[in-house]
Each structure stands twice: as structure tokens, then as C-alpha cells.
Ligand binder design. Structure first.
Ligand code: KG4
Ligand code: ZN
Length: 334
């Protein structure tokens, strides 16, 4: 079964054709980073306008690369939530137009579910149940994925998402947007033991996160050095910050895996492209004899192949969206 998938929840306009939820026939990602970089972050209005300009050619390119036409497509899958509302609406309306004019079923897919599904593409043998760490620009969750469309949130961030913290830290260190990837490279040349940034754990809910403290701590640390006219050891600060954030992500995921007695854990979302996090989790899982699944870096960040995968599982579980489908800026994964 071929699904044409569309993603436009943030600053990537993407389309893909995916067969049976697992095989990517084509995947096109048009990123707007160059447009937003001068503002130091995504400008929602610009994102929406660029999606409008790009979406038709991105979808055409995905079909062209697949060597298929709409006649070969069995359903249209689209990200309907969560994300920037103006951005989401472009993908949702384009998908509705295709669904109506070609009489193809429409499937509305949750963006964070799709991040999890990136792993179904990368690991054909992977099936639920498993415990998943989802760390993106706007979400930090530990989720029990009981089935392809059944989720239970075990832990969540109480304030900022991990990606948001990385982006803010990067900005304070003078790195360009989106900061996570630049923090990743800079911290490779630094010493993670130089500064002990706070690692927050909650006794009452051991899988929850809080990243606002570490975010404030890095801002204060850099400001103090600036005020004293001292040199800023950017690589050491980046490495210490990365150690604090990735340490908490790893601790909580390992605690959840142990408490639930699972044999496999999964990583998903943009922050899971982080090299230190990947290494740290690999080591911790090895020690415990837990199998760790992670997507290749290009499937960690936003793309439509993951939407095609999840849309397939939504479709076979009976989900069909009406032509009155609307975008939603917020929606739980559960
Ligand atoms: O999942 P994603 O592409 O978009 C959302 O759905 O939010 O995640 C984007 C986030 C950004 O905050 C970005 O800085 C972060 O993922 N990110 C990273 C890395 N690559 C992307 N954070 C840390 N290390 C990376 N290598
Ligand atoms: Zn995303």
C-alpha cells in the first residue's frame, strides 16, 4: 500500500511516498533554515508563506522521484498536529485538496507519533511494545508505545523541551539557529566536567524533565564571564551543558526501562541526532542488555517519510479523516 505523506508542522516542507509503512520510495525535504537563520529562530508567518510557495513542487518532486502518479497512491497522510498552526494548515489543506480531487482516503497523523515511526523505517524488525524517549524542539516525553497507535505518557517536561534548551544555549554561545547541531559539534572539542550544570530529577514523578533551570544556569554563567571581561570557554560550556541535558534524558529513560522490565528502548525526535546522547544511551543499554533503536540522524529531524510510516499504521487501524479536517497547534500523543 502506497501512502503519499505531507509534513509542514514547522520549518520543513516535506513530502514522501512510503510503501506498507516501512519502505521509503521517495522522500523530499525542503528546509527553510536559510530563511529563518537571520532571525535566530523560526518566524511563524514566514514559515507559513514558504510552505505555500513550496508545497506543490515538493509533492510533485516526491511523486516524480518515486516514478509514480496519484493513480498509484492508495491514501494521503498528513501531519495535522502539533505545530505552528499557520504552517500545519498549508499541509492539511493541500492534502485535503489531493484527497478530494483524486478520491483518495485522507489520514490525519500526529507529528510526534511520526517521530517514533521513523524507527519503523530504519529497523524493519522493530515492533511495539517498547519504551521511547521523544526529544524534539517542542517535546520531551518518555512514552510507553503499547501498539502502533496506542501510547501511554510516562514522563514529560514540566517546562522547556530539550531541543528548546539546546537552541537557547546555542544562541547564548553565539551559534546559529537551529542550535542543537552546532552545540553537538562544538561540545566534541570541550571538557564536559568543567561546569556542573543542574540536573533536575523529581522524586514524585521520576520520568519527568525540567530544562528551564539548566537554561537559566548557562545564561547566568556566560553573563558573569562577560561582565568580568573573561574569556568564554565556549567548547567546555557546550560540552558541560550537553552532559547535563543528555544525562537527565538518559537517567530517566533507563529508569523507565528498568521499572517496566522492557528489553527494547527507542529514541525519536531532533535531539536524538545528538552524538553524545546516542553514545551515552548505547553504553547504558549495553550494560543492561537492553536493545537500543535509533533512527539515522537524517530521520531524527522533520521529514515526511516518518509521516508516511505512521499514516500507514493509522490507516490500517481504521483511521480516516473527513474533509473538514483542521490543523491543531497542540494535541497529546495519547
Ligand atoms: O524533531 P525536530 O526536527 O522538530 C520538532 O518537531 O520540534 O527537532 C528539532 C530540534 C531543534 O531544537 C534542534 O536544535 C534539535 O532538535 N537538534 C539537536 C541536534 N539536531 C537537532 N539537538 C542536539 N543535538 C543535535 N545534533
Ligand atoms: Zn518534529
Amino acid at each position: 500500500m502506497n501512502i503519499l505523506a505531507i509534513e509542514s508542522s514547522c520549518d520543513e516542507t516535506a513530502a514522501a511516498v512510503v510503501a506498507d509503512g516501512r519502505r521509503v520510495i521517495s522522500s523530499v525535504v525542503n528546509t527553510q533554515i536559510a530563511e529563518h537563520i537571520k532571525y535566530g529562530g523560526v518566524v511563524p508567518e514566514i514559515a507559513s508563506r514558504r510552505h505555500v510557495t513550496n508545497i506543490s513542487s515538493v509533492v510533485k518532486a516526491a511523486l516524480y522521484d518515486a516514478g509514480l502518479t496519484m493513480r498509484d497512491i492508495d491514501a494521503v497522510g498528513v501531519t495535522y498536529a502539533p505545530g505552528l498552526i499557520g504552517a500545519l494548515l498549508v499541509g492539511v489543506n493541500f492534502a485535503k485538496g489531493l484527497s478530494y480531487s483524486y478520491q483518495k482516503p485522507l489520514v490525519a497523523t500526529h507529528h510526534i507519533r511520526s517521530h517514533v515511526a521513523a524507527n519503523y523505517i530504519a529497523h524493519p524488525e522493530l515492533e511495539p511494545p517498547f519504551i521511547c524517549l521523544i526529544a524534539s524542539g517542542s517535546h520531551s516525553h518518555i512514552v510507553h508505545v503499547e501498539d502502533y497507535t496506542k501510547y501511554k505518557i510516562l514522563g514529560r517536561t514540566r517546562d522547556d523541551a530539550a531541543g528548546e534548551a539546546f537552541d537557547k544555549a546555542a544562541r547564548i554561545l553565539g551559534l546559529p539557529y537551529p542550535g542543537g547541531v552546532h552545540m553537538d559539534s562544538l561540545s566534541k572539542t570541550g571538557d564536559p566536567d568543567t561546569i556542573h550544570f543542574p540536573k533536575v530529577h523529581f522524586k514524585d514523578s521520576p520520568y519527568d524533565f525540567s530544562f528551564s533551570g539548566v537554561k537559566t544556569a548557562i545564561i547566568n554563567h556566560v553573563h558573569k564571564l562577560e561582565q568580568k571581561g573573561l574569556e568564554i570557554p565556549r567548547a567546555d560550556i557546550a560540552a558541560s551543558f550537553t552532559e547535563a541535558v543528555c544525562g537527565v534524558l538518559t537517567d530517566n529513560l533507563m529508569a523507565a526501562a528498568t521499572a517496566h522490565g522492557v528489553s527494547k528502548v527507542v529514541m525519536a525526535g531532533g535531539v536524538c541526532a545528538n552524538s553524545q546522547l546516542r553514545e551515552k544511551l548505547s553504553r547504558e543499554c549495553d550494560v543492561r542488555g537492553i536493545a537500543l533503536y535509533m533512527p539515522p540522524k537524517e530521520l531524527c529531524t522533520d521529514n515526511a517519510a516518518m509521516v508516511g510510516s505512521q499514516s500507514y499504521y493509522e490507516y490500517i487501524s481504521g483511521s480516516r479523516a473527513p474533509l473538514s479536517l483542521n490543523g491543531r497547534s497542540a494535541a497529546t500523543i495519547e
